[in-house]
Ligand binder design. Structure first.
Ligand code: NAI
Length: 245
């Protein structure tokens, strides 16, 4: 398991990213937590340190190439290498197609898809030299099945699955695996923003009859990050309570 491994996690200050950071730290990984806001990112780093983990807060915007380089450099300077990258930062700007503004399309595609491209590109330089790496992209169930009102978000997550498979093929010979986790509906700030009725309707479509928790996703990330998962690459692991099979 990731004992002594170095993990860079984007969007780590809350929600699913925070749970992934805590879960990897609990298994002995050293964490580089990346997010937009310094205070929030340092808050998670304090939590990680309280668990006895080594952790570093990096303020970075995944849409900026120089920031992607900065987070990788910070990890290498502090801890010597990068074993695990979790591309978790993501946003929504929902709206029906006819009303969706061009800037909402661009913002979502830029954070969710270009962000993962930039961070993967930056880390692949280091992982290639190491001949080891685990890259895990947080996609979404709606990238697999579509969702009315989320054309931009669904396209970004479907694109992320394509990026995952392409990168998996390119990096396999360097002993770097690239996989995606596709969460169903998970109780976080992102889904809290939905109206109560919409959340009830969603839960009714889930065979498990409940929204997932951030820990459900963190557990899937732990599995893919493990040394013993080294022959699994280019896969999409759905963690959705059976909502989409
Ligand atoms: P969240 O909104 O609670 O957290 C996302 C984090 O990403 C925030 O801390 C935010 O500051 C950070 N972030 C946003 N833009 C950034 C940027 N440009 N650079 C760096 N950090 C940035 O969201 P949540 O629910 O924890 O989602 C995490 C990931 O899981 C996202 O990729 C999301 O699309 C995905 N997901 C979430 C689901 C859910 O039901 N909550 C379902 C399926 C996928």
């Amino acid at each position: 398991m990731p004992k002594g491994k170095i993990a860079v996690i984007t969007g780590a200050s809350r929600g699913i990213g925070r749970s992934i950071a805590l879960a990897l730290a609990a298994e002995g990984a050293k964490i580089v937590a990346v997010d937009l806001d310094l205070a929030a990112t340092e808050g998670v780093v304090e939590e990680l340190k309280a668990l006895g983990a080594e952790a570093l807060a990096v303020v970075g915007n995944v849409t900026v190439a120089a920031d992607a380089e900065k987070m990788v450099d910070a990890a290498v300077q502090s801890f010597g290498r990068v074993d695990i990258l979790v591309n978790n930062a993501g946003i929504t700007r929902d709206g029906l197609l006819v009303r969706m503004k061009e800037e909402d399309w661009d913002a979502v595609l830029t954070v969710n898809l270009k962000g993962a491209f930039l961070c993967t590109k930056a880390v692949s330089r280091v992982m290639t030299k190491q001949r080891f790496g685990r890259i895990i992209n947080i996609a979404s169930i709606v990238g697999q099945m579509g969702n009315a009102g989320q054309a931009n978000y669904c396209a970004s997550k479907a694109g992320l699955i394509g990026l995952t498979k392409s990168n998996a093929r390119e990096l396999a010979k360097r002993n770097i695996t690239v996989n995606a986790v596709a969460p169903g509906f998970i109780a976080t700030a992102m889904t809290d923003a939905l109206p109560e009725k919409a959340r009830e309707e969603l839960a009714a479509q889930i065979p498990m009859e409940r929204l997932g928790s951030p820990d459900d996703i963190a557990n899937a990330v732990l599995f893919l990050a493990a040394e013993r998962s080294g022959y699994i690459t280019g896969q999409v692991l759905a963690v959705n309570g059976g909502m989409y099979m």
